[in-house]
Design a protein. Structure first.
Length: 336
């Protein structure tokens, strides 16, 4: 009987062994195993990508909100004001409309966009537009589009200056400029850059102008204009202020509380606190506001140059004025 059980056990064992071999033989092939492994890797990679995207999508709104908070509480307004004040003070006969200044806030950045205008005759013409990118509070050099026939050079130098101190050399032929003005048709209006023979008070400049000639901008003597450079030898451009009241409500030169002269002094003090920003926006790569403000605090405001506009026949009457040392023709338009 024992032998019978042993034989039965052996048969059972052999059956189980045979079944196991068959199951092993019918398992995944090597190629199928590689596909399974590849699919697992792809699924893991996709899972990682989706997790990363989810994290980014969660972080992006937080960073955007942080940027808005950074430019909030008056910082964006301050940077916009500095940009506008720089244009008023450093660009002769250029104005802007503060209510039309746009700002676009991005990730840790802000674009400030605005148009600028130039008065020629009785009309304001679009002179160009600015696009200033601020990375946090640091501006890049502005992207500008000029629409003028005679734009100011972007890199200022003594040779390209149009408004000159009485002690500064004249880098152009004054006779040629008067001949150019005489050659213009009578049916035109023009813009002239006048350099004075002596330093005058603001009211004295208006006093010798023909009746139909409008003084638009006054270049202020700050003690550095004779040399036309700062202590480090960097070229300086004129600084000054509009001669006329700007009726635009939001203009700093609206004449409601202070004179244009007082507003000018306020603006250069504001620019001094943000001089690194103002220098990037201005054509001049040095404003030397510390030295200029110190000079103006000890001396009355005196004018050495002016930008005027009017009908060409009226402008020709300035030729014999002893107060004028040099003249440069600016923009010219048909009389509207």
């Amino acid at each position: 009987m024992t032998d019978k059980f042993n034989k039965d056990d052996e048969k059972l064992y052999r059956a189980i062994l045979q079944e196991t071999k068959q199951s092993l033989q019918h398992g995944p092939s090597e190629e199928e195993q590689r596909k399974i492994i590849k699919t697992g890797k792809n699924n893991a990679r996709l899972t990682n990508i989706l997790i990363s995207l989810a994290i980014i999508l969660l972080i992006l709104p937080v960073l955007t909100l942080t940027t808005f908070m950074y430019y909030g509480f008056g910082k964006a307004d301050r940077l916009i004001d500095v940009a506008a004040y720089t244009v008023y003070v450093t660009e002769p006969n250029i104005s802007l409309k503060p209510m039309e200044i746009e700002d676009e806030i991005g990730l840790f950045s802000m674009h400030v966009l605005f148009d600028v205008y130039k008065r020629i005759g009785k009309e304001d013409y679009k002179a160009g537009d600015y696009d200033i990118l601020f990375s946090l509070n640091q501006p890049d050099f502005p992207k500008k589009n000029d629409y003028l026939d005679r734009p100011w050079p972007e890199i200022p130098s003594k040779e390209t200056e149009r408004l000159l101190h009485p002690a500064a050399p004249i880098p152009f032929s004054v006779d040629e400029e008067w001949n150019k003005l005489n050659g213009l048709p009578d049916g035109t209006v023009a813009e002239l850059y006048l350099s004075l023979s002596d330093l005058l008070g603001p009211d004295e400049v208006r006093h010798f102008m023909p009746e139909d000639v409008e003084v638009r901008w006054l270049a202020v003597d700050t003690g550095l204009e004779a040399e036309q450079q700062d202590e480090e030898g960097l070229s300086l451009t004129p600084i000054g202020y509009p001669a006329q009241i700007d009726s635009t409500t939001w203009s700093p030169f609206n004449g409601r509380e202070k004179s244009n002269q007082e507003v000018f002094l306020d603006l250069i003090h504001t620019l001094k606190k943000n001089e690194d920003v103002a220098v990037k926006i201005a054509r001049a790569k040095s404003l030397a506001l510390k030295e200029r403000i110190a000079y103006l605090e000890k001396n009355d405001i005196k004018i050495y140059g002016a930008v005027v506009t009017g009908p060409t026949p009226e402008l020709r009457k300035l030729k014999d004025k002893k107060e004028i040392r040099a003249m440069k023709v600016g923009e010219v338009k048909l009389w509207n």
